[in-house]
Write a protein that binds this ligand. Structure first.
Ligand code: URA
Length: 434
């Protein structure tokens, strides 16, 4: 088999065989296929597409390119959750302890933030001493002991995807459904869960800018999951405005704890209940979504959900008092308020602009090596549809550096669009694909 023939076949719109796909994934992983051939192939895929069968084969080949986690020693149905990423998306911080408190074992690997999308692992490090790197045995033992552990992704998982994703990033070949779907699903499959809940974000602050694209991606991922025997459900949710009020690591942790206690923002609470209840359903713990919601609401109201997060923080080296006294989390030195210049209604809050401004402030990173400032970020006071009067606070900025604050304010610029008319309602959840 020759890589050049595979590139030509795809370039001319052909369908690759399982063996050809295995050959290119093996060759790229072991270095015998060079970057230039792999990038030519990725561009051919972007232009000609892949069938569902090819996408499934690519996913399985990448999932098998490195270590695969075996969660079979944990009892019960293990349900994983994945978000395609967004601004202010702290859902995992809430959902993981919440569904664990209900009785679903959560053994979750999460990523760090890159670009304007935050990452769960960075956020968790707001708890002083919190360990995100654990041995396989520590990770599994913690799930056996307390039902939940969230750690950083192992370096040996899906090396083919790691190389290919880095290559796509610099060759204009990220934006294609078969490659995105296989990239995400290969990691989920290698991470070992029995069932997968996908939160596919759509809108200005997301990868997928319109509903049609998001639905195509969601369907492709659900099809892959089904093909490989992992029950998969996708929720398509809005990312035109940031999720909740807080954007920035420690600020998001505070909001996540408030949400676990049943005092969270309306949109975040709704999303968490919607995702969490479906995870309980996938895990066979409840018979209906409504039953799942009621269970989760009860865990929030009784404080059991917050206690589960505190247990996780303690088990991973942090101090559980940080969960009960949020003033102990990193705090910024400078608090700056941005006020509205006119009366009206918030027509839009550009999630992408808020995300970029948070990176400028130091809350996110542009390269993998960049350090981040856990304390800085934004707390929105108004969301889309809210009435606002001139002089009222729109956003509180938490900063640690005057110069970065000024640059972030410039970046934030026109993120808020104020109109004289009430904007039409925008759904939080557009569709469920199963
Ligand atoms: N996230 C991934 O993990 N892979 C992609 O290709 C896109 C988003």
């Amino acid at each position: 088999m020759r890589m050049v023939d595979i590139i030509i076949k795809k370039r001319d719109g052909g369908e690759l065989t399982t063996e050809e796909i295995q050959f290119l994934v093996d060759g790229y992983t072991d270095g015998s296929i060079p970057d230039y051939q792999m990038s030519a192939w990725a561009m051919a895929v972007l232009l000609k597409g892949m069938t569902a069968r090819e996408t499934g084969d690519l996913t399985l080949a990448m999932a098998g390119s490195g270590e695969q986690l075996d969660l079979s020693s944990l009892s019960g149905i293990k349900v994983d959750k994945h978000s395609t990423g967004g601004v202010g998306d702290k859902t995992t911080l809430v959902v993981a302890p919440l569904v664990a408190a209900a009785g679903i074992p959560v053994a979750k690997m999460s990523g760090r933030g890159l670009g304007y999308s935050g990452g769960t692992i960075d956020k968790l490090e707001s708890f002083s001493g919190f360990q995100v790197e654990r041995t396989r045995e520590q990770f599994l033992q913690q799930v056996r002991d307390i039902g939940v552990s969230v750690i950083g992704q192992s370096g040996n998982l899906t090396p083919a995807d790691k190389k290919l994703y880095a290559l796509r990033d610099v060759t204009g070949t990220v934006d294609t459904v078969p490659l995105i779907a296989s990239s995400i699903m290969s990691k989920k499959i290698a991470a070992g869960a029995d069932a997968i809940l996908l939160d596919v974000k759509v809108g200005k602050g997301a990868f997928m800018k319109n509903l049609e694209e998001a639905e195509t991606l969601a369907k492709a991922m659900v099809a892959i999951g089904t093909q490989v025997g992992r029950k998969t459900v996708a929720v398509i949710s809005d990312m035109n405005q940031p999720l909740g009020f807080a954007v920035g690591n420690a600020l998001e942790v505070k909001e996540a704890v408030e949400t676990l206690a049943g005092r969270g923002p309306k949109d975040l609470t709704e999303l968490v209940l919607s995702i969490g209840s479906r995870m309980l359903l996938l895990g066979g713990l409840v018979a209906t979504v409504e039953e799942g919601r009621a269970k989760l609401e009860d865990l929030m109201a009784t404080g059991k959900a917050v206690d589960k997060l505190a247990e996780m923080v303690e088990a991973q080296g942090g101090d559980k008092q940080d969960v009960y006294d949020l003033s102990r989390l990193p705090q910024a030195k400078i608090i700056h308020e941005v006020v509205a210049s006119e009366d009206g209604y918030v027509e839009a809050i550009d999630a992408e602009a808020v995300g970029h401004a948070s990176v400028v402030l130091g809350a996110g990173r542009l390269t993998k090596e960049m350090p981040i400032d856990l304390a800085v970020g934004f707390v929105l006071h108004k969301k889309r549809g809210d009435q606002v009067r001139a002089g009222e606070v729109l956003v509180t900025v938490h900063a640690n550096d005057e110069k970065l604050l000024q640059s972030a304010l410039e970046e934030l610029g026109n993120a808020f669009a104020i109109s004289t008319k009430i904007p039409p309602e925008q759904p939080l959840i557009y569709k469920i694909i199963e």
